[in-house]
Write a protein that binds this ligand. Structure first.
Ligand code: BG6
Length: 484
C-alpha cells in the first residue's frame, strides 16, 4: 500500500476504545506497510503516565498469537504520552512542542489527525484549543476524528456541531460509525449496484419488506453510566441502523464517490417518515431485559443501574423511507442487548409472483439475506423443483458468498476507517446532514416515549425480545425471518 505520513494525537489515549480498537488497528496498518517510519502517536489523557509505561500498554494491546515481539517493540517506539487536562491552555502549549518535535523527528510534513476518543462534552474546548494554540499546522492536513455519541438529540447535536465547526471545516471532520467500516455493510453497495438482477428489483414494486436485526448477547457490561443516558434507540438506531437504512434505500449514485454517495444517503434520510406520537405508539416497541431462568441478571439488577430505570435495552420498529422507490415498503428494524445471540443481518423479502400457477404447491418467498455477524454471508432463498417423477416444489438457499475463508484476513472496521481518514476519503463517515436527519427521526420517538404512557415491557434475557416485537409484524401479516 501507499505509505502514509501522519502524527496522531489521541485524546482518551488510556481508554478502552484506544486499547481495544485503535492501537491494534494502527498496528495492522503498520504491519501492512501503510504506516512505517513517518508516523508517531501522542496519547493524551489525565493520568500521569510515562512514555515507557504507555509503550508498554500499546505493546500489550497489540500482542496476540501471531505478533512477533520485534514488530510490537518497533511499533510501540512511535508512541509518546502527554498527561493532559483538556481545559488547561498551558497543556496545549506542551502538546504543541511535543507535536513539533515529533513532526521533525519522523519527517511527517505537518499532517495531523486529532482523534477524540472521549466524552463529547470536551469536543468543543479541544477543537478550540487546537486552533488557538496552533496545534493545527499549515503545511499539511488537519483532520478531526470523532466518536459517538454525537449529541443526545438534534438540538445538542447542533450545538456540538457548531462548537466544532467554528474551528474545523465539515470536510475535515470524520464522524466514526464503525458499522460503515464493516466488510459486509460495504457489500450492500456492491450487491445493489453491481448486479442488474438486484438493481432492477430494488424498489417498492418488487420488495415486500426489509428487516434489519442488530442483536447482541451481551448485557450492558461496564457502560452503565453512558447507557442509562442513551438506551438502545440512541445507542444503535440513531447511528448504525439508520445508516444501514440509508445504504439499503438510497438511489443509485451517479458514481461511486464520496460526494455522489453522500448526496443519495442524505436524500434517503431526509425522506424518513417522522412519526407523530400516535404513530410512534403504533410503530415502535421498546423493552428492557429481565432476569433469565439461566441466572442472568435483569437490567435493573445490573451494577450502577437504578432499580426503577426506564432505559430501553431493546427497540423494534417499522420505518418508512418516503422516496419514489421506497415509499410503502415497511422496513422493520430491531436491536437489543441480552438477546439469544450476537447477529447482524439484513433480510430483503421480495413480493410473491403475481400468480401461482402450481396449483396446491406453495411458493416460498424470495429472500436475500446479508449476514454481517458473526460471519459474512449472503443467501438467496429460491423456489426450485423437488427431484422426482412428480412435479413438486421446495425452497432452497443459494449460497452466494461465504466470506469466512480462512486464507483471507478480514480487516477490522477501525483499521479500514483509519486508513480512509489517512487517505482523506470520507465516504464511510457520517456527514452532518445525515446526523441531523437521523436525530430528527429519533427525537420524535424519544419525545413520544418520554411524554406518553407508552409501556416498557420486559423480555427474558436470552430471548429474541418481547412478544410486542413479533406482534408488530404480525399485524401486517409479516414475521421476522430470523427467529433465533
Ligand atoms: C456500539 C454500541 O456503537 O456498537 C454498543 O455503543 C454496541 O452498545 C456496539 O455493543 C456493537 O458493535 P459491534 O461491532 O459489536 O456489532
Amino acid at each position: 500500500g501507499t505509505r502514509q505520513q501522519a502524527l496522531f494525537i489521541i485524546f482518551g489515549g488510556t481508554g478502552d476504545l484506544a486499547k481495544r480498537k485503535l492501537y491494534p488497528s494502527l498496528f495492522e496498518l503498520y504491519k501492512k506497510g501503510f504506516l512505517k517510519e513517518n508516523f508517531a502517536v501522542i496519547g493524551t489523557a489525565r493520568r500521569p503516565w510515562t512514555d515507557e509505561y504507555f509503550q508498554d500498554v500499546v505493546r500489550k494491546a497489540v500482542t496476540d498469537a501471531d505478533t512477533s515481539k520485534e514488530d510490537a517493540d518497533e511499533f510501540a517506539q512511535h508512541f509518546y504520552y502527554q498527561s493532559h487536562n483538556v481545559n488547561d491552555t498551558e497543556h496545549y502549549v506542551t502538546l504543541r512542542k511535543l507535536a513539533q518535535r515529533l513532526d521533525q523527528k519522523y519527517s511527517i510534513g505537518g499532517n495531523r489527525l486529532f482523534y477524540l476518543a472521549m466524552s463529547p462534552r470536551f469536543f468543543g474546548t479541544i477543537a478550540e484549543h487546537l486552533k488557538s494554540q496552533n496545534i493545527v499546522t499549515d503545511n499539511g492536513y488537519n483532520r478531526l476524528i470523532i466518536e459517538k455519541p454525537f449529541g443526545h438529540d438534534l438540538a445538542s447535536a447542533k450545538d456540538l456541531n457548531n462548537s466544532i465547526g467554528r474551528y474545523f471545516a465539515e470536510d475535515s471532520v470524520f464522524r466514526i460509525d464503525h458499522y460503515l467500516g464493516k466488510e459486509m455493510i460495504q457489500n450492500i453497495a456492491a450487491v445493489r449496484f453491481g448486479n442488474n438482477l438486484f438493481r432492477s428489483l430494488w424498489n417498492n414494486r418488487y420488495i415486500d419488506n426489509i428487516q434489519i436485526t442488530l442483536s447482541e448477547a451481551l448485557g450492558v457490561e461496564e457502560r452503565a453510566g453512558y447507557y442509562e443516558t442513551a438506551g438502545a434507540l440512541r445507542d444503535m438506531v440513531q447511528n448504525h441502523i439508520l445508516q444501514i437504512v440509508s445504504l439499503l434505500t438510497m438511489n443509485m449514485p451517479a458514481s461511486f464517490t464520496e460526494s455522489d454517495i453522500r448526496r443519495e444517503k442524505i436524500y434517503a434520510l431526509k425522506a424518513l417518515q417522522v412519526y407523530s406520537p400516535e404513530q410512534v405508539e403504533k410503530n415502535f416497541v421498546r423493552a428492557q431485559y429481565g432476569e433469565s431462568s439461566a441466572g442472568l441478571k435483569g437490567y435493573r439488577q445490573e451494577e450502577q443501574i437504578a432499580d426503577d430505570s426506564k432505559t430501553e435495552t431493546f427497540v423494534a420498529g417499522k420505518v418508512f423511507v418516503n422516496s419514489e422507490n421506497f415509499s410503502g415498503v415497511p422496513i422493520y428494524i430491531r436491536t437489543g442487548k441480552r438477546l439469544s445471540k450476537k447477529t447482524t443481518r439484513i433480510d430483503i423479502v421480495f413480493k410473491d409472483v403475481p400468480k401461482n400457477i402450481f396449483g396446491s404447491e406453495r411458493l416460498g418467498k424470495n429472500i436475500l439475506t446479508i449476514i454481517v455477524e458473526p460471519k459474512g454471508e449472503i443467501y438467496l432463498q429460491m423456489n426450485v423443483k423437488k427431484i422426482g417423477q412428480n412435479f413438486g416444489l421446495k425452497v432452497q438457499k443459494l449460497d452466494l458468498l461465504q466470506v469466512e475463508d480462512n486464507s483471507v484476513q478480514i480487516p477490522e472496521a477501525y483499521e479500514k476507517l483509519i486508513l480512509d481518514v489517512l487517505r482523506g476519503d470520507a465516504t464511510n463517515f457520517t456527514h452532518w446532514e445525515e446526523v441531523a436527519y437521523s436525530w430528527k427521526f429519533v427525537d420524535a420517538i424519544r419525545n413520544a416515549w418520554d411524554n406518553q404512557q407508552i409501556p416498557l415491557p420486559e423480555y427474558a434475557s436470552g430471548s429474541m425480545g418481547p412478544q410486542e416485537a413479533d406482534d408488530l409484524l404480525a399485524r401486517d401479516d409479516h414475521h421476522w425471518i430470523f427467529t433465533s
